[in-house]
Design a protein around this ligand. Structure first.
Ligand code: SAH
Length: 456
């Protein structure tokens, strides 16, 4: 292998794409990862970092563009850390995601003979997000800037128009900026840890049109609050205005305390026929339309009816549980965050759902305990873990409980593959795999997998 040195310029052909959407090419067998380069591109690249068998390069010039390359709609797409794939045709983004999942299941999961259903893409892969957290800062020229962080940094790209957020955000940002200017409200300076406004959080109910605005501040009180309320109330749809106190010197966006200024403290929205109350601190899926598609698939896979008992592990605010409860005999949800369980109970109540119960705790502790002490059983187990996947103790307990089916919902195909391998080695068979795109222009993908118990 040729030795490759930093700052060298090379011409390479990109022939693969990595898990973060970066292009991958080779110089005489030496692998180079190049952000913003696409499969099929011929590029001039500058080597910026080298390791023994691979390195990183910066895209300097496209010599011959990939046939799948498109001009990003957003002129800030390359510098902003929000979207990684806007320069790739949407149908190719979908293919990339589906292949990523298939490859991991085959290579890491060692899974054979499963049916890969065609990925379900979004009808309109723009303006789909219902939640935004815009950092607020000051430009060198002394202007208030709001927008997004540049990839892997904390410098703010000033932009009010984001192509994956609800369009109304543009108006909301302008209103808040104008209020800050008029009232001489200071932006937060994260280096000096002074100033007031850190982030502007917005949530938009896609179905209801209800809007929440919450300012995250480095202080206990919000000056000129009446003026803010007056200005924001003039925007159609705004039903909730609040602020969140975050006086910590860290990267965490929200503090624990919310002070309500106007409205009930939450907005409502729907996933399918289930209604949700969403407060500033509660977790809610960012793309409710595709969530409905994904959970519809979960329901289809689970094939529940009025005889079936279901355990929904990592249930969050009960989104999947309530969806299933409409068809099942009884649904038990388990979730580690107490506030999410409180929300789940409220959500069950406002939907008149009585055949669901929720427990706070770690899934890997609650389920084994309930199984040993109370002899609970499950016809179907649904899991929807965070990126790190399921704990092995939990998988072992699921195996022991011998449900007819397991439906595994995953946001990380790497840990999904690992966990499916365990389940396949312990009496279950992967039958069908369905990817659903919830994050157009980004690299993430959601997958629902149906497993059935092998006959013994
Ligand atoms: N199914 C839910 C949420 C899935 S996100 C929905 O669709 O809304 C994953 C959830 O797992 C988060 O709510 C997180 O708080 C929770 N979680 C993380 N670790 C956990 C654990 N060990 N046991 C139970 N829940 C956990």
């Amino acid at each position: 292998m040729k030795s490759i040195k930093k700052n060298e310029i090379h011409i390479i052909k990109i022939d693969d794409i990595g898990t973060e959407g970066e292009g991958i090419g080779k110089i005489d067998g030496y692998t180079l990862f190049v952000k913003d380069a696409l499969i099929g591109d011929e590029i001039e690249v500058k080597v910026i970092k080298t390791k023994k068998s691979y390195g990183y390069g910066r895209l300097m010039r496209i010599i011959k563009p990939s046939p799948y390359r498109v001009t990003p709609r957003c002129e800030k797409a390359r510098i902003c850390g929000g979207c990684q794939l806007q320069h790739l045709e949407y149908s190719e983004q979908l293919k990339y995601k589906e292949n990523k999942v298939r490859n991991l299941l085959e290579r890491v999961g060692k899974i054979k003979d499963f049916e890969m259903l065609p990925i379900i893409g979004m009808e309109e892969p723009y303006y789909y997000r219902n939640k935004a957290q815009f950092p607020v800062g000051m430009s060198k020229e002394g202007q208030i800037v709001t927008g997004f962080y540049a990839g892997r940094t904390h410098s703010i790209i000033d932009t009010t128009h984001c192509y994956i957020q609800a369009p109304v955000n543009e108006i909301l940002l302008k209103v808040v900026k104008a209020w800050m200017q008029w009232n001489h409200i200071k932006t937060y300076d994260e280096v000096k840890h002074d100033g007031l406004v850190r982030h502007i959080l917005t949530r938009v109910g896609k179905r209801t049109g209800e809007i929440m605005v919450c300012l995250v501040i480095n202080g206990e009180e919000l000056p000129a609050a009446d003026d803010l309320i007056r200005r924001l109330k003039a925007v159609e749809g705004v039903v909730s205005i609040s602020y969140n106190v975050n006086r910590e010197k860290n990267n965490v966006i929200l503090g624990n305390k919310i002070v309500n200024l106007y409205g009930p403290g939450y907005i409502t929205d729907y996933i399918g026929e289930v209604k949700f109350q969403i407060s500033a601190l509660s977790f809610y899926q960012v793309n409710p339309e595709q969530t409905e598609v994904l959970y519809g698939k979960v329901l289809e896979f689970a094939e529940v009816d009025k005889d079936k008992v279901v355990w929904d592990l990592y249930c969050g605010i009960g989104t999947i549980s309530l969806f299933l409860a409409k068809k099942a005999k009884f649904v038990y949800g388990v979730e580690i965050v107490p506030q999410a369980i409180a929300d789940a109970k409220v959500n069950a109540e406002i939907n008149g759902i009585e055949n669901a119960a929720f427990f706070v705790g770690k899934a890997e502790e609650v389920l084994p305990e309930m199984y040993q002490k109370e002899k609970v059983y499950a016809d179907v187990i649904v899991v929807d873990p965070p990126r790190k996947g399921c704990d092995e103790e939990l998988l072992a307990c699921m195996v022991e409980m011998r449900p007819e089916k397991i439906v595994y919902v995953s946001c990380n195909p790497g840990t999904l593959a690992r966990d499916l391998r365990y389940l396949e080695e312990n009496g279950f068979k992967v039958e069908q795999v369905q990817c659903v795109d919830m994050f157009g222009q980004g690299v993430h993908v959601e997958t629902a997998v149906l497993l059935s118990r092998k006959a013994q």
